[in-house]
Design a protein around this ligand. Structure first.
Ligand code: F6P
Ligand code: MN
Length: 319
């Protein structure tokens, strides 16, 4: 895009500037990502200002309040409806595919508030989004996403997005006037991991190889970094530029036979972002990006992060 002499490159680009000037995203995709970012600002504000989760389901005036995950889902719905380019969306909060406009362009999949059970403990939580071209994602794979992003509501609110195809993974911070401003561009994930983040650890009782993987990380004197919120735990990898995150199933008789996390809303978008940043993702046999979507609620095992550590862990788990 040609830049007018009257519009110099800003010192700290906004998300919209970045989308418009550094990616090949169409105007429709740029507007969609901007509207998703707008919903994240409202969710961030809601987390700061509602008592829900901290003091039951009423606010300080005794009024009934929606739980934050339901409220987040409503906020996102409102913004997707307003946007006008979304043919349908699939939310972790809803059982069905929600049709908006069959003639519109994109399908948005999302987990509105990942880690919402941690709200009362004041831990970091997040929202995860994947964007697909056209409707009906059954039979597609997460590699078909045209963009993915997540928002981390921690001590600060951060947004990380990629439009794929080598365009990189970029991090923005929400400033005091409600604008996402560029913090770091081209986040990268190194091949070796110093940190480990082992989810669904209850599975070690029925999956001895998972236990061995954990013992190997401890023997290597890797540093444990696990919060219980996938967004925060995988953001740690993208932020530090290394690490491994796992959520492994415990087999047929266990609580989560295939792992706890959802292929479409949680693992697919993160696989897109981490692989774009130079890392790797696997379900134990193939990249998460190549795993077919058979059902919107499908769960999958995930091993994701630094390439060499993911490959080593996949070998340990299947030995
Ligand atoms: O959405 C599910 C979730 O809260 C993820 O954010 C997190 O990674 C996972 O559950 C934690 O599961 P567990 O506590 O079993 O490791
Ligand atoms: Mn979740």
């Amino acid at each position: 895009m040609t830049q007018s002499a009257h519009c110099p490159v800003p010192d700290q680009p906004s998300l919209n500037w970045h989308l418009r000037n550094t990616t090949k995203a169409s105007d429709d995709l740029r507007h969609l990502i901007s509207d998703i970012a707008r919903s994240a600002k409202y969710i961030s504000y809601a987390i700061q200002t509602t008592d829900t989760g901290l003091s039951g389901n009423t606010n300080s005036f005794g009024e009934n309040q929606l739980k934050l995950d339901e409220l987040s889902d409503d906020i996102i719905r409102e913004n997707l409806c307003e946007n006008g380019t979304v043919c349908c969306y699939i939310s972790e909060e809803k059982d069905d595919v929600i049709e908006l406009d069959p003639s519109a362009t994109f399908t948005v999949v999302f987990d509105p508030l990942d880690g919402s059970s941690l709200v009362d403990a004041n831990f970091s939580i997040g929202s995860i989004f994947g964007i697909y071209q056209d409707g009906d994602i059954i039979g597609k794979t997460p590699r078909d996403q045209v963009a993915a992003l997540y928002v981390l509501y921690g001590p600060r609110t951060l947004l990380i997005y990629s439009c794929g195809n080598g365009s990189g993974v970029h991090e923005f911070i929400l400033n005091d006037v409600g604008e996402f401003k560029l913090l770091r561009s081209h986040l990268g994930v190194a091949d070796e991991a110093k940190n480990y983040s082992p989810g669904n650890l209850r599975a070690v009782t029925t999956h001895p190889q998972y236990n061995i993987a954990v013992e190997e990380w401890m023997a290597d004197e890797k540093t444990l970094r696990y919060s219980g919120c996938m967004v925060a735990d995988i953001h740690h990898i993208l932020s530090k530029g290394q690490g491994i995150f796992t959520n492994i199933g415990g087999g047929a008789d266990s609580t989560y036979p295939d792992g706890k996390l959802r292929h479409v809303f949680e693992c697919g978008p993160f696989a897109y972002l981490v692989e774009e940043a130079g890392g790797l993702s696997s379900d134990g046999t193939q990249s998460i990006l190549d795993k077919k979507i058979t059902d919107v609620d499908q769960r999958t095992a995930i091993i994701i992060g630094s390439k060499n550590e993911v490959e080593k862990t996949v070998r340990t788990l299947s030995a």
